[in-house]
Write a protein that binds this ligand. Sequence first.
Ligand SMILES: [Zn+2]
Length: 147
Amino acid sequence: MICLECKKELGYIDHKNAMDSLGVELCFDHHKRMKALIVKNDTPLEAIQLYYGLKEAGVKAMLEWWDGHKSVDIAISRVKLNIEIDSEYDKLTEEQAINNLEQAMHSFKNGFTTIRIPHILVRYYLNETVKNIIGIMEGLKANIKMI
Ligand SMILES: [Zn+2]
């Protein structure tokens, strides 16, 4: 068991605490930092799990990236891809839906593509979700080359 961020060897307690609260293997310091980030940005747990899933697959992403309008859950700047986790997908109101569309519009104007991923996909299909995001990145990369 090692910290996914700094590769430090994890003790039983640190491992258990991080797994219980975030569901990812992190050392005491990185667990503390991640919890501070969640408090500050209201980051969904699944964003953190997906971030580390992508990291394990060799994808460099950023958590809580400020795009000039709002903080994006995960951004992959190399291919201008923003990923938002929909935590309450089943309870989406029309007001949230129009906000989402407006955000997508702003990011398209900046050359960014936004995809919204229901939190249950990260929870139950993390590997498949990561695989699909890598596929989307490849598609975006191909489009960038054509321009
Ligand atoms: Zn660490």
